[in-house]
Ligand binder design. Structure first.
Ligand code: 5AD
Ligand code: SF4
Length: 399
């Protein structure tokens, strides 16, 4: 989401003549787009901002913009701590970024934004914010409640990106499958984006388990352009912890959703938090057994990080050693998920979107090497012959 937001902010800078560079020495301005979901992310952004002090001293006309979720959380105190910071733009104000730049008086007046560059992939933001209140999570407070973009604007944005060369569209939102615009549901939107001429594949991230209903599956499962991979954060395998996290589902309901998705041909990856304050050894064991049961293709694992102002931040923390130990055990368990999942694909037929002449990604998100060369951007039907590590090898006709 931050990459998509950064691209959007950059459009407003480009309308004022900015061009991108990765070289700090030749830059006149730096835009730092920040995350605050865990303390570590915020820390990295602030330490980068601290290091920019010297860069700014070399030429006081240089401009520093600090944007996104950490900017929203820390607000004006940042200007006191870092007096050389020029522009603060919190996550809730991304849609006003143009006015923020205009008001700063630091840039020339806006003209036309630069033509958007895109490779085979493009992000399309469909909603911002979140209406849940998971007790560990800072997102609702820094991003605010859900705001769905009008379906017509989303379709126009996707069509523009396809015209600029994109073949795969990734729809983005904090709880992306909560999308609703009038009578247009998330499933309708997926189907309509996939109907745009030139679209080969549509992905989305991140959904919330509770919105995966039988009606949703019925509406999308036969659409071959909708990627058959879902990143579905579970967070914990213990119903008790899930309740304390206010996730809105039990272990059993989550597993039911996973199995329904898998039966419809989807592969699942997930996010897991270890060491939530009330998590006991037994709760943690339930997370480990859920990993076995759910047959994820990947799991991103995080140590619980207390976020100021969230309900869980009031609870007594586990000691660091417990967090480290649990994370180690879990990482050890999830490290082989991908290889096992790749092995499961042998003998299946996969639709592969080519990224290089002989390598591409399946709809289920596996890397596939083809026997013959194909045009990047084309979709090729591949019979999987073998798996080695995290690469599938396919046989194609005329091989
Ligand atoms: N501590 C650790 N991990 C967190 N996440 C969200 N909030 C926290 C927190 N306070 C994780 C969740 C989420 C992912 C984006 O970040 O697993 O799915
Ligand atoms: Fe945070 Fe996701 Fe829960 Fe929303 S649904 S509060 S973004 S973890």
């Amino acid at each position: 989401m931050n990459e998509a937001d950064s691209d959007e902010m950059f459009l407003h800078l480009s309308a004022r003549g900015a061009v991108r560079t990765d070289n700090l020495d030749e830059a006149d301005a730096v835009l730092i787009n920040t995350c605050t979901v865990r303390d570590h992310a915020e820390h990295r952004a602030l330490s980068f901002l601290g290091r920019l002090c010297k860069w700014k001293r070399q030429n006081p006309k240089r401009i520093i913009i600090f944007a996104g979720c950490a900017a929203e959380r820390l607000g004006k105190q940042l200007k006191k701590r870092y007096p050389y910071l020029n522009i603060l733009s919190g996550a809730k104000s991304i849609e006003q970024f143009d006015q923020t730049l205009a008001k700063s008086g630091l840039f020339s007046p806006a003209g036309q934004p630069a033509a958007q560059q895109t490779g085979l992939f493009a992000y399309v933001t469909i909603m911002r914010g979140c209406n849940f209140n998971c007790t560990y999570c800072i997102v609702p407070s820094v991003r605010g409640p859900i705001k769905c973009l009008p379906a017509a604007d989303i379709l126009a944005d996707a069509a523009r990106k396809v015209k600029a060369g994109a073949k795969e569209i990734m729809l983005l939102g904090q709880t992306v499958n909560a999308y609703q615009d009038g009578s247009t549901t998330f499933a309708d939107l997926l189907n309509r984006v996939s109907d745009i001429p030139g679209v080969e594949r549509v992905r989305f991230t991140s959904p919330h388990p509770i919105y995966f209903t039988p009606q949703f599956l019925a509406a999308v499962k036969d659409n071959p352009k909708i990627a058959h991979h879902v990143h579905l954060p579970v967070q914990s395998g213990s119903t008790k912890v899930l309740q304390e996290m206010k996730r809105g589902y039990t272990r059993e309901i989550f597993l039911e959703k996973v199995h329904a998705l898998q039966t419809a041909g989807f592969e699942i990856s997930t996010d897991i938090i270890v060491g939530f304050p009330t998590e006991t050894e037994d709760d943690f064991a339930l997370t480990l057994s859920l990993v076995d049961e759910a047959k994820f293709i990947a799991a991103y694992c995080f140590k619980y990080s207390p976020r100021q102002g969230t309900p869980a931040a009031q609870l007594k923390l586990h000691d660091e050693q417990t967090l480290e130990d649990r994370l180690d055990i879990l990482l050890n368990k999830v490290k082989d998920l991908a290889e096992t999942a790749y092995q499961r694909q042998v003998g299946t037929t996969q639709q592969v979107l080519m990224e290089e002449p002989h390598k591409g990604k399946s709809s289920t998100n596996f890397w596939v090497q083809t026997g013959l060369d194909f045009r990047p951007g084309s979709v090729v039907s591949c019979k999987i012959e073998k798996a080695e590590g995290t690469l599938l090898f396919a046989r194609n006709e005329h091989d």
